[in-house]
Write a protein of this length. Sequence first.
Length: 194
Amino acid sequence: MDSADKREFFRLNDKIHIAYQLVTKIDLEQGQAADFFTSDPNFHLLQDIYELEMESVEILRTLTDSNRQLGSFLHNLNQRIELLTLGLRNINDEEDASVNIETQISEGGISFLAEELINNGELMALKLLFQPSMLGLTCFAKVRYCRLVDEDNKYKIGAQFINLDYTTQKLLSRHIIRTQSEERRKRLRESNFV
């Protein structure tokens, strides 16, 4: 195994709209990753909605245990909010962001396919929109490796997140845990039908 491929965190395959911009060390020190993207105001609204939803999950679970009817009502309300959230997903800069099917993400970094070769050590601002949760995050990363992939002359980039703020780190962690749980439940349902 290449030392660039070694990771301290669990890796998760995910579907993510990815846009990136190369930045300098000065950009990294003086700016925020969001400064490098023109984004729809809905992008940040979706992040706020996702954060509130994550905070309410445990409360809903506790309420459902003590009062099933109230829990059902609040679950229904939550589903309606999720549908409204999907309606907000109009991405203004869609030409810069494509759904990257071959994405792996962890709390420490991300790997994805790109059209261009980027040198190891380069700094980048990333804009990530997770599917289907519609969680949007911006952050900085440092390129650990960039390799040509045989198919379609694309490059696989591995980048380590740097300078993550507490909120971004928390949302990323919760997204990974939630996605793992959903995958586990899906596998259990499928194994019960076999």
